[in-house]
Every structure is written in structure tokens, then in C-alpha cells.
Design a protein around this ligand. Sequence first.
Ligand code: HEC
Length: 115
Amino acid sequence: MKSIIVSMIVAAGLMAAGSATAGAFNTGACKACHAVGKDVVGPDWKVVSEAYGDSKALAAVFKSGFKVEDRKVAAANAKWKAQAAVMTSQYTALIKGHEEEAAEALFAAVKAGKI
Ligand code: HEC
């Protein structure tokens, strides 16, 4: 199990290499599933940013453990709720410990119009 988690983190790091950074957090790995202006594997980050309002509100949900019932997008949409586990593993591998930077990077990407 540990080696699976380690290889997932390594894979995410490889995906992030060479991608643009937004703020202090590299959103390269997020790009595999997210975009600004359309849904991909995960929801449109514009919709995500509108659901939270600002990066502080998103960072607070990240910091409190990113529980499915606290997730504004998943809570309002059964389709995304059904896929919450996909995002939970990304949260554990990439966001935990970098909650504020990750939230700021998401809002910066939305402002820039691309991840
Ligand atoms: C393997 C695909 C995948 C990757 C990679 C991924 N996400 Fe997601 N993300 C999803 C899916 C599926 C959902 C919908 C489920 C949910 O909302 O929890 C989602 C939802 C979200 C939400 C909305 C949560 C809510 O419901 O309110 C945020 C915020 C988010 N992702 C941020 C990120 C960030 C930041 C990264 C990069 C560090 C990232 N995601 C990488 C698949 C992914």
C-alpha cells in the first residue's frame, strides 16, 4: 500500500514537471482532470471558484480535512459527489500540507483563464 502511494506521488510529480505554476503551487498535476471553462474528469474550476467565492473559503475546507459533506461542488451535484473519492486521493497526495497555496493557485488559474 505504501509503495502504491509513493508511486502515485512520484507520478504526480512527473506530471507537474514542466507545467506552469500559479502562485507558489504547481497546478500541473491538476490539469490532468481540470480546466477553466469546461468540465473534464473533474468540474470546471470556474464553477469551483464561484461555489467557494474566494481562496480563503476553499483553503478552509481543505484545512478542515476536505470532507465530502463540506465540499460545495460535490454537495450540490450528485454526479460529482459520486466521484468524490477520485478527488480525495488527489487531495491526500498533492494538497494536504499546501492548503492555502493550492486554493490560491486555483483562483489564480481561473483569473488567468487557464491552468
Ligand atoms: C484524477 C483526476 C483529478 C485530479 C488530478 C485532480 N482532481 Fe480535483 N476533482 C476531481 C473530481 C472527479 C472532482 C469532483 C468530485 C469532488 O468535487 O470532490 C474534483 C473536484 C475538485 C474540487 C471541488 C471540490 C468540491 O466538491 O467542492 C476542487 C477544489 C479540486 N478538485 C481541486 C483540485 C486541485 C487543486 C488539483 C491539483 C492539485 C486537483 N483537483 C486534481 C478529479 C481530479
